[in-house]
Design a protein around this ligand. Structure first.
Ligand code: SAM
Length: 206
């Protein structure tokens, strides 16, 4: 099964799944919005059903939110309502695709980088679509830092196609990927009890 087919099939259930740790999510959102200016053009890749993009859109000039899954994008658009002001533009696109509207001051990828086929290609693409001095914000699970039993369980779920194919990477590897792409790391932190999904703010040098 392709990644697109997997996410198209899981989109309706994903759309109904509540946020696991609302306090941690809101803390993350606060950190993201603290980095945003009202003039910013923002790109979010792997936006899912668009919840975060809809929260960011009212405080910036424009949000373009993309996802590989047509079904995720369909649900995201259906949740936006008719008011186009302060609403994200949702587009179906693969994470490495160049998107109209660049250069972006800010790019985000939440729970995405462990899912793409080739992290360096995605990071190179994002880097080239960003304005110098802009921020790239990522929060993604680093399963190489998880206990062995958890990695074994994920492999079983992947084989049974209950979980999508994931890259088992460590926070150190992810950091190296970002630096190799040209980014400087500004901060790395965690929210709530989760110590496997670092929130990383990287900057394209000015
Ligand atoms: C775990 S969900 C996260 C969604 C959202 N960012 C969030 O934090 O709720 C992963 C999303 O990434 C999308 N995705 C997976 N592989 C992708 C790729 N190669 N390019 C773009 N989107 C991808 C999936 O369709 C899905 O919507």
């Amino acid at each position: 099964m392709t990644a697109q087919a997997f996410w198209d099939r899981h989109a309706p259930k994903y759309a109904k799944t509540p946020i696991a740790d609302v306090t941690a999510y809101e803390e993350k959102l606060e950190c993201v919005t603290a980095l945003l200016r009202s003039t910013d053009r923002v790109l979010e890749i792997g936006c899912g059903t668009g919840g975060t993009a809809r929260k960011i859109a009212p405080v910036v000039a424009h949000v373009t939110a993309t996802d590989l899954s047509a079904e995720m994008i369909r649900i995201a658009r259906s949740r936006s309502g008719d008011d186009t002001a302060g609403t994200p533009e949702f587009l179906q696109a693969e994470a490495a695709q160049h998107i109209p509207g660049q250069p972006f001051e800010v790019a985000c990828a939440f729970s995405l980088l462990h899912l793409v086929d080739d992290i360096p290609t995605v990071l190179d693409s994002v880097f080239h679509q960003m304005k110098p001095g802009g921020h790239f914000i990522s929060k993604t699970v680093c399963l190489k830092d998880a206990p062995r039993w958890m990695r074994a369980m994920v492999r079983v779920l992947m084989a049974a196609r209950i979980a999508p194919n994931v890259i088992i990477l460590s926070r150190a590897e992810l950091t190296r990927h970002l630096i190799r792409a040209g980014f400087e790391i500004e901060q790395t932190r965690y929210f709530g009890k989760n110590r496997l999904s670092p929130f990383i703010v990287a900057r394209k040098p000015a």
